[in-house]
Every structure is written in structure tokens, then in C-alpha cells.
Design a protein. Structure first.
Length: 389
């Protein structure tokens, strides 16, 4: 605008100068006008963007249809309370309340619950009739629409959520049971086959056969009790703590391990161990076996494979240390190894270590990965050495 004013002014000056015979002044004014006009033509400074065109009616309709499609994807029924009138917002709400927009006969208590439940809070309401009554959790929020506030409510089917949680818990229970039963039966079957093979010798070593059969009997009985507890309570039972002779307990573990993995060297260090443990023998066997099995599977086909179980007595607690000479656990996986169903094995279920930690914590102790490097992976578990009140 400033340049236009200057051009106009120089034009006027030039015209007056020409009428009065001041041709030099007129020529100078014309040159100034041409120069300013040329500057305007070659100006390359960025221009402010033009305002976007106003949305047309068809554009607004398309946006509304897109928004409605997004809302219809929500599985939770969405409703709106506007001036005391209840409206359905998405397909799930239309199906639940049997309305296309305005709900003529809202379920009893729904309008009051929407009005009284502040945003950020939840309420519970029952919706249905006859024998089909379902419980819903109501969550609300406020939106400013067309200059006034509208209360929006989302209805979450509590019954459906509970059924889904029960189904997930049942699947987890079945997987845990199958995992532990199969893993416990494998060494038992192997030890039984060894005992049969020893009986086929011309001069069988009967004491060794007896030891093998007695170990099989104890472990089978232990597995039976463990399975019965799961079946009766549908969860890991509270440990039945008793006084356990450490020597016999470790001897059974060693016999099971060396029978299952004869090519892996299994050693125990009991120099600082207590004479007795206070624990549930069945659960503690399952927990230690899960860690030892993971170590053995990591050592598969490796030369000089070794697994060591060290038990030490400390003030107020007993510590179990399990080390192996395997390749180690990748750093990216170390934070997840105790997460249920996390596994890097092709046929793994990911419940062994999760169950082992749960058992240790059920004894008021804990189980964790101390460190893992190539050639040395170390797990540490603790349980109290005295009975808690």
C-alpha cells in the first residue's frame, strides 16, 4: 500500500510539473514511479498464506459421517445427556437401548446416574428387563457443544469383562498345569526307565534300583498333591510349610536332574547350608526345577556344560543360588523373563519362571536374576529360615 501511495504521489508531481513546463522534474518523477513499480515486480519476499476457504456444506457432512463411523467402532455404548434428554451416540448404544437418536424411555436410573456422576468418576448401573439384566460401569465426561455443556457417558459391560477375565484366568491355569505336569513327568519317566534297564542286568544293583524307584514314588506323590491343590483351589495354594531335611531334598533334585540331562554336570554346594529348610517341599521343588530346567535347556549341546546349586544360610533367611555356563540371557529380554507367557523358545510356554517367582514370594521370599553374561548366568532365591507369625 505504501508503494502504491508513493507511485500515485510521484505521478501527481510529474503531471503538475509537466503542465508548468518543469520537464526535468516531470522526468524525475516518472523515473521514480517506474523504479518503485519495478521493485514491486521483482519482490521475492514470502507472502502470507491466503486464508483457507470456508468449508462447504458437503465438507461438513462428510466430516460428520466420518466421525460417526469412528464412534460406531467403539464396543462401549456411548450416550449423551442434553437438557435432560438422553440420546444414543453410536451403534452399540442404539443396539443396547433400542433407539436411533432420542431415547423415549431411558432405563431406570440411567439419566440420574449420568447427571450425578462427575467427570473422572464412575458409577454402576443395571440395565435390562425380565431375566436379562446386566451390570454396567458408567464413566462420564463433559463437552461444550453449540454453546452449552453436554454430558457424555460410556457404558462398560462389567459382566462381559468378568467373563473375559475368568476365561483368561482359566487359560492361564490350564497352561500352568500342563507345563508343570509335563516337566515333572519327563524326569520321572526317565528315572523309571533307568530302573527297568537296571533290572535287566544279569546281576542288577538292587540298592540303586530301590533308590530310583523310591525317588520316582516320592516325586509322583509330590506331583499328585501339587495337581490336586491346583484343581481344588484353581490357583497356587498357600504353602504348607514343614521342616525338611536338606540332604534328602537336594539328593532327590540331583537324581532327577542327572537322569534327565546326563551330559550336563550338576554340582551342589552345601558347605554353608542349613541342616533343615522351612518350606512347602512340593512347591519349592517345582520352583527350583523350573530354574534348573531353563539352565539345562540353555546348555543343550554345549561343551563343558555345568549347572551348580548352592544353598547358604544367612541371618533370618536361606538363599538358593543357581548358576550355569550357558550363553546368557540377552539384555533386552532380562526385564521380561519373569513375565507370564514370555518366552524365546520355539515350544516354550513362558510360565516356568513366573510360577517359580510366585512360589518364592508365597513363602515370603523372592526370586530374581542376579546377572547374566556369556558363560555365567546366576539366579538367586530366598526364603525365610524362621516361621513368620
Amino acid at each position: 500500500m505504501l508503494r502504491a501511495l508513493i507511485v500515485a504521489a510521484t505521478g501527481a508531481v510529474g503531471a503538475v510539473a509537466a503542465m508548468r513546463g518543469l520537464y526535468a522534474t516531470a522526468l524525475l518523477a516518472a523515473l521514480i514511479a517506474v523504479w518503485i513499480a519495478a521493485l514491486d515486480l521483482i519482490d521475492t519476499r514470502p507472502r502470507p498464506p491466503l486464508p483457507p476457504p470456508l468449508a462447504t456444506v458437503s465438507d461438513r457432512d462428510e466430516e460428520r459421517r466420518r466421525l460417526n463411523a469412528y464412534l460406531d467402532l467403539s464396543p462401549a455404548p456411548l450416550v449423551a445427556l442434553d437438557d435432560g434428554r438422553l440420546h444414543v451416540v453410536n451403534r452399540a448404544a442404539r443396539r443396547l437401548l433400542g433407539a436411533s437418536d432420542f431415547v423415549v424411555e431411558p432405563p431406570e436410573g440411567l439419566v440420574a446416574a449420568l447427571a450425578d456422576t462427575r467427570p473422572g468418576r464412575t458409577a454402576t448401573i443395571e440395565i435390562g428387563h425380565d431375566g436379562d439384566v446386566r451390570s454396567f460401569a458408567l464413566a462420564t465426561g463433559d463437552l461444550a457443544l453449540a454453546g452449552r455443556m453436554t454430558r457424555i457417558g460410556a457404558l462398560i459391560d462389567i459382566d462381559a469383562e468378568l467373563k473375559a477375565a475368568e476365561a483368561a484366568a482359566l487359560r492361564e491355569l490350564v497352561q500352568v498345569l500342563s507345563h508343570e505336569i509335563v516337566n515333572a513327568l519327563t524326569p520321572i519317566a526317565s528315572l523309571a526307565e533307568t530302573a527297568v534297564a537296571m533290572l535287566d542286568d544279569p546281576e542288577p544293583a538292587l540298592p540303586r534300583v530301590r533308590d530310583a524307584i523310591e525317588t520316582v514314588a516320592r516325586r509322583a506323590a509330590s506331583l499328585h498333591r501339587f495337581g490336586e491343590s491346583y484343581r481344588a483351589l484353581a490357583k497356587l495354594p498357600a504353602p504348607s510349610v514343614e521342616r525338611i531335611s536338606l540332604a534328602g531334598f537336594v539328593s532327590d533334585l540331583a537324581a532327577l536332574f542327572t537322569t534327565r540331562w546326563p551330559t550336563i554336570t550338576f554340582t551342589t554346594d552345601l558347605l554353608d547350608a542349613p541342616a533343615y529348610l522351612l518350606a512347602d517341599p512340593d512347591q519349592l521343588t517345582a520352583a527350583l526345577w523350573a530354574v534348573l530346567q531353563n539352565a539345562a535347556e540353555a546348555l543343550h549341546d554345549l561343551p563343558n556344560a555345568r549347572v551348580t546349586l548352592t544353598i547358604s544360610a544367612f541371618v533370618g533367611q536361606t538363599q538358593f543360588t543357581m548358576t550355569d555356563t550357558g550363553p546368557g540371557i540377552p539384555a533386552v529380554d532380562q526385564a521380561d523373563i519373569f513375565r507370564p507367557f514370555f518366552t524365546t523358545k520355539t515350544e516354550g510356554t513362558g510360565v516356568g519362571l513366573a510360577l517359580a517367582r510366585q512360589i518364592f514370594r508365597g513363602h515370603n521370599g523372592d526370586l530374581g536374576l542376579a546377572h547374566s553374561l556369556p558363560g555365567r548366568t546366576r539366579f538367586e532365591g530366598t526364603i525365610p529360615s524362621v516361621l513368620s507369625n
